[in-house]
Design a protein around this ligand. Structure first.
Ligand code: CA
Length: 228
């Protein structure tokens, strides 16, 4: 496997250099930017696997940048935050960030978080045009059923991936929370129910008469054995 490519956007040189050094020594290929303007150009040129994004940058906020980028690309983002107020926004506004660390942080901790995000999101590309059955391409955050794209949130895609990896296995709500959420402490078990409902609806939009996800009363959910 080639080294994952990280775009590191941070305006404080000391932090940027220390982090770039550690990421390099931990096997990542790193490109750095000190402003959003620079990052924007590098994003278009280099198609990184993940962005480490400082919130407070000289030419704007990392939040606004992410909102903008998310319109065209589903690239994983790890935020570097400096203040409690910023953390609230990452967690509360559901910006679609994959994780965050608070300054001051240890560069090795950041590397570990990056590896965890990439493990969750990068899988061999599997989506083929005209494919039949359920195909999940976590790398591009896409899923198709019988060749048609499923309209899913990131969370729903993760749940589907978990169920799909072990068809027939029953996952409790709390287990799904642990596996599919970055910070399960902020989510409720009933949130799992509403995502399952949305998943079922999306799958049934394409296969109206199917029963894709079984509810096992008192236990949890499983992808039906015969749903492929
Ligand atoms: Ca900054």
């Amino acid at each position: 496997m080639t080294a994952p490519h990280i775009l590191l956007v941070e305006d404080e040189p000391a932090i940027r250099d220390a982090l770039a050094y550690t990421l390099g020594s931990e096997g990542f290929r790193t490109t750095t930017a000190g402003t959003l303007h620079e990052a924007q150009a590098l994003l278009a040129e280099t198609s990184p696997d993940l962005i480490v994004l400082d919130v407070g940058l000289p030419d704007g906020s990392g939040f606004d940048a992410l909102r903008q980028w998310r319109k065209t690309a589903e690239i994983p983002v790890l935020f570097l935050t400096a203040r409690a107020g910023e953390i609230d926004r990452v967690v509360g506004l559901e910006l679609g960030a994959d994780d965050y660390v608070t300054k001051p942080f240890s560069p090795r901790e950041v590397a570990a978080r990056i590896r965890a995000i990439l493990r969750r999101t990068v899988k061999p590309a599997a989506t083929k045009p005209g494919a039949t059955g359920l195909v999940i391409d976590s790398d591009r955050h896409l899923a198709t059923l019988d060749g048609r794209p499923l309209d899913l949130s990131r969370q729903e895609l993760r749940i589907l991936q978990i169920l799909h990896d072990q068809p027939g296995v029953v996952f409790s709500r709390s287990r799904l929370l642990d596996l599919a959420w970055d910070d399960p402490g902020n989510a409720f078990e009933r949130t799992v129910d509403s995502h399952i409902k949305a998943l079922r609806n999306a799958l049934r939009t394409i296969r109206p008469d199917s029963e894709p996800i079984r509810t096992v009363r008192g236990e949890g959910y499983a992808l039906a054995d015969d749903f492929r």
